[in-house]
Design a binder for this molecule. Sequence first.
Ligand SMILES: [Zn+2]
Length: 279
Amino acid sequence: MQVHTVGEGTPEVAVVGAVHGDEPCGARAIERFLATDPDVDRPAKLIIANERALEDNVRYVETDLNRALPGDPESDLYEERLAHELLTEVEGCLSLGIHSTVSSERAFANVAYLNERKRDVVAHLPVTAAVDFTVVADGRSVELPGFVDIEAGYQGSERAVDNAYDCLVAFFQHTGVLPGDPPAPDPGFYEVSEAIYKEPGESYDVLAENFERVAPGETFATADGDALVADEAFWPVLMSADGHDVLLGYRSTYHGPLSTVEVAAEAERAPVADDATDD
Ligand SMILES: [Zn+2]
């Protein structure tokens, strides 16, 4: 794990890239930022998490780092040890994780257990949507009370690097690391209700567009040529034919602009965060 610090003092702000090794945009955005020799008003950490997986261009080496939190320093598995290390590094930090997908070129935020602090971060990122994954959060960084992820665009694309960099700068402006005003786009808020799984061995086509409403009775995908028809309306998120072995994507409900969504006033404690932070 690479940990870079800019500025003087103990950072309370962190950006984390390459949690998944086949999503290089976060690491590239961090390198781009460091190459500017930035003059910061407040210290910050920049972490390239899974260097081994990044080098091999694979999601993970032994197990998915973003399902392994809080991790275990004694584990036999590389990413479980890494998860513990990562959690130690971001302890006490408001953090932005950078990911990318095979399902959307648009940058969107990925949150769970939304609280005011997280909503405030997302409200000032140049993203077009905020997706709440609380129902499927399981050992993911976004369960932490001060951690928000972005999905910056297509894996391996230049646009994902540009989006990641823009989000990094906006996050640092919002947190006072960099001068200047971050954007305030008030993205749409989508709450994931369930995963849609594939049948093993079947070949899929996705007909619906991510973030666009699927009407009841609409065919949103095909499996070996057979129509998959929506029983009720939903908004697809992270839906792609070939992005994942067993997962086609997620159903979500659109709740309107983020600013209109009620959130917990106090940081809610997710199970993974119990020994991770005191705030
Ligand atoms: Zn990822």
